[in-house]
Design a binder for this molecule. Structure first.
Ligand code: AMP
Length: 403
């Protein structure tokens, strides 16, 4: 059984084709710089190394068409007949108030998705275009939507509500939704297996630290709180996002600069803030920030310290609300690859039973592993995330449920 996973981002479309017998990725790639003068199509298969071509791609609909056409190519494609694909799984960033679990696409689902445009305007229209392109290119093949927000739907009301007048919740659906749910779910399942604890009994803190970062409290395998909120802007200090700030700062900025538009303000907080703003290193790429810090750059050191401190505060808060945990998981670009960040976030927590072993923490590896000291009460793990595989698994599950 083959499953195609399509991930329509703000200016790119990534795809992975899985053979679910072995849960093996057999072809993958992306179309990037969609809508710009020159776009690029990078593709690779399990046997053929990456091929990059330049092309002109106006929108996400065209990008998905290019990908599927290529997968079906007589000479170089990985699929002979569209019927080899059992289901297409679409990553959807925000399920809004309409979706709390993965769903099989039908006309009503498409209508509901359109109603969520305003909550994630940079992504949802592209997801919609991806669904329509798949319908055109793969007629009769079912599509499933897998939402980044779905895993967080188990939060209790006192964790997801904001203490603002109720009409903003009731009419405008303003509440904490949380993001990176597919990643948090994948590493939760992996961690439970590593700890030899049934998933529905495992208590964890999962730290997805990448360009965007979120930390989640998992009780008995379910989310009870998460650091991102109505949008991915909340929580930790991130690459270019400010994370938690006093909301009155925004009011103050608007009062002081009345000509600033909501788009400009959004841009300021999402694209011009965070590690990038504090370090002065464009994009806030953590590798560059760490290199600069180690070379003595004080602004880079401050940005690094702020990111780690904001993460540590969530770690300790969630440790408290969970009343003890079985493990801590680090995942995503920074979580998987930065021993310095992991060390700094866990520094001085030995009183809580959290101790990292330096020798286990330092080496590079693409494998899941324990990095806690032998006498650490809490197990600390690094688990490479695999959101695409999780989407493929969930798509098959939904397909089977609807048979
Ligand atoms: P992601 O959004 O999950 O792709 O993660 C991207 C972030 O991971 C960027 O800030 C990268 O600089 C960071 N990253 C990747 N590799 C490393 C590394 N070896 N050391 C530190 N940060 C890294």
């Amino acid at each position: 059984m083959k499953v195609l996973v399509v991930n329509c981002g703000s200016s790119s479309v990534k795809y992975s084709l899985f053979d679910m017998e072995k849960e093996q990725k057999i072809a993958w790639g992306l179309v990037e710089c969609i809508g710009l003068e020159e776009a690029f199509y990078k593709r690779q298969t399990i046997t053929v190394p990456q091929v990059k071509t330049s092309c002109k791609v106006a929108n996400h609909f065209e990008a998905v068409q290019i990908i599927i056409k290529d997968l079906l190519d007589e000479k170089t494609g990985s699929i002979k007949d569209i019927k080899e694909i059992a289901v297409v799984g679409h990553r959807v960033v925000h399920g809004g108030y309409k979706f709390s679990k993965p769903v099989l696409v039908n006309e009503q689902v498409k209508k509901d998705l359109k109603e969520c445009y305003s909550i994630a305007p940079l992504h949802t229209p592209h997801h919609y275009a991806g669904i329509e392109a798949v319908e055109k290119m793969l007629p009769g093949i079912p599509s499933v939507l897998v939402f980044d927000t779905a895993f967080h739907q188990t939060m209790p009301d006192y964790a997801y509500r904001y203490a603002i007048p109720s009409e903003y919740y009731e009419q405008d659906h303003v509440r904490r939704y949380g993001m990176h749910g597919t990643s948090h779910k994948y590493v939760t399942q992996k961690a439970a297996a590593m700890l030899n604890i049934p998933v529905d009994k495992v208590n964890l803190i999962t730290c997805h630290l990448g360009n965007g970062s979120s930390i989640t409290a998992i009780k008995n395998g379910k989310v009870i709180d998460t650091s991102m909120g109505f949008t991915p802007l909340a929580g930790l200090v991130m690459g270019t996002r400010c994370g938690d700030i006093d909301p009155a700062v925004i009011v103050h900025i608007l009062a002081k600069y009345p000509k600033m538009t909501s788009d400009e303000l959004n841009n300021l907080l999402n694209k011009q803030s965070g590690v990038a703003a504090v370090s002065g290193i464009a994009g806030g790429d953590m590798r560059e920030v760490e290199d600069a810090m180690l070379a003595g750059n004080k602004k880079a050191e401050l940005a690094f310290n702020m990111l780690c401190y904001s993460g540590k505060k969530y770690l300790c808060a969630y440790y408290g609300i969970l009343n003890g945990i079985d493990g801590i998981v680090f995942t995503a670009g920074i979580g998987e690859n930065s021993p310095l960040t992991r060390e700094k976030m866990c520094e001085g927590l030995d009183n809580l039973g959290i101790k990292i072993d330096k020798a286990l923490n330092e080496p590079r590896s693409s494998k899941e592993r324990f990095i806690s000291a032998a006498d650490s009460k809490i197990k600390v793990m690094v688990i490479p995330t695999n959101e695409e595989l999780m989407i493929a698994r969930e798509s098959v599950e939904v397909l089977n449920e609807n048979k």
